[in-house]
Design a protein around this ligand. Structure first.
Ligand SMILES: NC(=O)c1ccc[n+]([C@@H]2O[C@H](COP(=O)([O-])OP(=O)(O)OC[C@H]3O[C@@H](n4cnc5c(N)ncnc54)[C@H](OP(=O)(O)O)[C@@H]3O)[C@@H](O)[C@H]2O)c1
Length: 319
């Protein structure tokens, strides 16, 4: 088969022949790949830098995709942890990590949206189930996942949703997607803390795609401004776009009811992810979650890999 093949963690993948994977268990099937999203998680894996990376080369990147089974049915599937990635003509699918797509589902939209949309959907359904009218702050709301988190929180019944991010233009577009307020994260730490305190002091849940310095500053800014610090603040760590680590003073944990947990591969079981797929696919197909796929030929993967991302779009490689 043809595939995007990573031969060095310092280079983009090359489009070349690769041995067709063979099913290794009774649960695995080979399917034709129709579309695979180029998500940040895929790039991290192709650099050998994801926490699940094995360091083995050559490897095929791609964590999920839309495929066609031999019986003609289209499916959405997540790649197995030890299976070749999805950026190829064919992929190995574990039937326990796949679901059939309804006929009206758009393959490119599903491939583009599932990874970013699932991050908040699963966090708010499985990690900290959102209660009606609770309020949510999305830290890092200007990316694909963040903008979808605003819509997902509203769809799941949030009362007030606040989007925080650094790009003013993308921030302003969040209002049309349902955000009740936006906060600009700037290099002025005091002004940013004051803006967060004014808009988000009383939130119940934070969906955090940034971590690093913005989260380190936002945690005390929100906590110190709360009317009742014993009221729970659930901080769900999902992405680390702004840095892999923070310094957290112990007083933040003693002086307020701060509960930090993550949501991702490992903290959520494959069964729990699978259980959430059908309803999320329905939302994407119904247009509740806005998505802008940018379908591109898999054969051009090497060139596409180094192109700058177009904000709001998600590249989808099509074999
Ligand atoms: N755990 C999970 O289940 C899960 C699932 C999906 C994604 N993720 C993670 O979530 C993160 C976001 O994914 P995505 O698909 O939304 O990526 P994306 O579409 O590329 O968006 C990333 C956004 O981050 C913003 N950004 C970058 N550095 C920033 C900084 N220092 N301060 C504020 N904003 C900054 C950029 O916005 P501007 O350039 O407009 O400022 C960019 O739009 C990634 O780390 C991804 O790996 C996790």
């Amino acid at each position: 088969m043809n595939a995007a093949v990573v031969t060095s963690f310092d280079e983009p993948p090359h489009y070349r022949r690769f041995e067709l994977p063979q099913p290794r268990t009774e649960h695995e099937r080979v399917v034709d790949v129709l579309a695979a999203g180029l998500h940040p998680r895929v790039r991290t894996g192709a650099r050998g830098a994801h926490y699940t990376s094995t360091g083995m080369l050559p490897m095929i990147p791609g964590v999920d995709g839309v495929g066609r089974r031999p019986d003609g049915k289209r499916i959405y599937f997540a790649a197995g942890d030890d299976a070749p990635g999805t950026m190829a003509d064919k992929a190995l699918v574990d039937v326990r990590r796949a679901i059939e797509l309804p006929d009206h589902a758009d393959a490119a939209k599903v491939a583009a949206a599932m990874n970013p949309a699932m991050s908040s959907w699963v966090a708010l359904r499985r990690r900290v189930p959102l209660k009606p009218d609770q309020s949510v702050l999305v830290l890092g709301a200007t990316g694909n996942a963040g903008a979808m988190a605003v819509q997902v929180a509203k769809r799941l019944g949030a009362g007030r949703v606040i989007g925080a991010g650094r790009d003013a233009g993308r921030l302003s577009s969040l209002t049309a997607l349902g955000a009740d307020a936006v906060v600009r994260l700037t290099d002025d730490a005091d002004a940013t803390a004051a803006a967060l305190a004014a808009a988000a002091a009383e939130v119940d849940i934070v969906i955090d795609y940034l971590w690093g310095a913005p989260a380190q500053r936002a945690i005390p800014a929100v906590l110190m401004a709360r009317a009742d610090r014993s009221r729970a603040l659930d901080w769900i760590q999902i992405g680390a776009i702004a840095g892999p680590a923070i310094e957290l003073p112990s007083v933040a944990l003693r002086s307020a009811n701060l509960r930090i947990q993550g949501s991702g591969q490992g903290s959520v079981s494959p069964e729990d992810y699978l259980a959430e797929l059908p309803s999320l696919i329905d939302e994407i197909s119904a247009g509740t979650i806005a998505v802008s796929p940018n379908p591109r030929p898999l054969a051009d993967v090497e060139r596409i890999w180094t192109e700058p991302d177009v904000p709001g779009e998600r590249i989808v490689l099509v074999p």
